[in-house]
Design a binder for this molecule. Structure first.
Ligand SMILES: *Cc1c(COP(=O)(O)O)cnc(C)c1O
Length: 369
């Protein structure tokens, strides 16, 4: 049998949340609640659906590789130059471009323990060495520790802020200090997939490091990645983007596949951006769901990590048992990668949140107060 490159076999395999169709098929269930992939439980903007229908007649034609209209719309929305943007087939595509453009077997990559697993995958695929910085026992992350771990070989630092799966985020003041002190030969990737959910809670806006507004924080090599998969509700279309200095964007453009973002995704993203009301609604409902779940966890003595995203990580004695039992009851959540006693639940509609709690109750997690 033909063999791949040696290092490929040591790369962890990404395990997605189980798709609804698969659970239905395997367990013979007709009603499934999926709280496993941090998707928007409210769907997406109605304007998006209309635009996708309109665009369907053109799918025999290749998409615009440069995403002309979307670029215009997004650059004016973010108030940045058009040449500071690159689009990806999901922001995962951009993480992969970053690894391909900057990493090889001589490079070292830094990230915190329990970061989004894709950073490790794309880095190891390039043959790079990955160093994971331990988090504190409450899952908080010490950015000074990260600075101290930088060596001459460090090329890229990946930080998900907020972090998936823990939900933790570093505050603006900590990040200011970190960026100020990061060396000029290191590239910092700030993954802001949950920015829309987190931005009112004291987290930094990475754009302010790409285009510095504070004279005390000089410009460093920073790439901010964001996505339409979460608050905008377009996970199934696959579209994300990155913001950086134009020189860095030019480098990434060299490794981007020519037609990486499809037609439907481009028109959908334009309409999604224009409908900020839908995003605001989603964020507000997420806050309500978060408070509800916090309260229900507290009542039942279930330990959880306060979250800045649209998901909550919580602790149980036997995570595998709880996960499988919920699955059999038609509620799909997610084991927290690398954390044996923890599970991650996405915040759903209030109806879904209540169903999830009901099923937990059936497993013996009764109210203690
Ligand atoms: C969901 C998520 C993404 C988004 O990936 P897409 O490819 O844009 O769907 C990126 N980073 C983190 C940390 C995530 O949780």
């Amino acid at each position: 049998m033909i063999k791949p490159l040696d290092h490929i076999l040591n790369v962890p395999v990404y395990k997605p949340g189980k798709p609804v169709e698969e659970v239905k098929r395997e367990l013979g269930l007709s009603e499934i609640i999926k709280l496993a992939s941090n998707e928007n439980p409210f769907g997406c903007s109605l304007f998006v659906k209309k635009a996708v229908e309109r665009e369907a007649v053109n799918i025999n034609r290749y998409p615009d590789g440069g995403a002309f209209y979307l670029r215009k719309e997004l650059s004016s929305f973010l108030e940045i130059d058009e040449n500071q943007l690159i689009f990806g087939n999901g922001s995962n595509d951009i993480l992969d471009m970053i690894a391909r453009a900057f990493l090889d077997k001589n490079s070292e990559v830094l990230m915190f323990q329990y970061s989004f697993i894709v950073y490790k995958i794309v880095s190891l695929l390039q043959g790079a060495t990955v160093k994971e910085i331990p988090v504190e026992c409450d899952f908080s992350r010490n950015l000074e520790k990260l600075l101290e771990s930088i060596t001459d070989k460090t090329k890229v630092i990946f930080i998900d802020n907020p972090c998936n799966p823990t939900g933790f985020a570093n505050k603006k003041e900590e990040f200011d200090e970190f960026i100020k002190n990061v060396p000029d030969n290191v590239l910092v990737v700030i993954d802001e997939a949950y920015f829309e959910y987190a931005k009112e809670h004291g987290v930094p806006d990475g754009l302010n490091y790409v285009n510095p507004i504070n004279p005390k924080i000089p410009r460093k090599n920073v790439i901010v990645t964001r996505t339409f998969s979460k608050a905008y509700g377009l996970a199934g279309l696959r579209i994300g983007y990155a913001i950086a200095q134009k020189e860095i964007i030019e480098i990434l453009e060299r490794v981007r596949q020519p037609f990486n973002v499809n037609r439907l995704a481009q028109v959908a993203a334009i309409e999604a951006l224009k409908d900020q009301k839908f995003v605001e609604f989603s964020v507000k409902e997420n806050e309500k769901g978060k408070e509800f779940l916090y309260e229900e966890f507290e009542k039942r003595g279930i330990h959880f990590v306060p979250t800045y995203g649209n998901f909550i990580m919580f602790k149980v004695d036997d995570a595998k048992m709880v996960y499988e039992n919920l699955l059999r009851n038609g509620v799909v959540i997610r084991p927290a990668f690398g954390l044996d006693n923890y599970l991650r639940v996405s915040i759903g509609t209030m109806e879904e949140n209540k169903k999830f709690i009901e099923k937990l109750e059936l497993l013996g997690f009764k109210c203690k107060i």
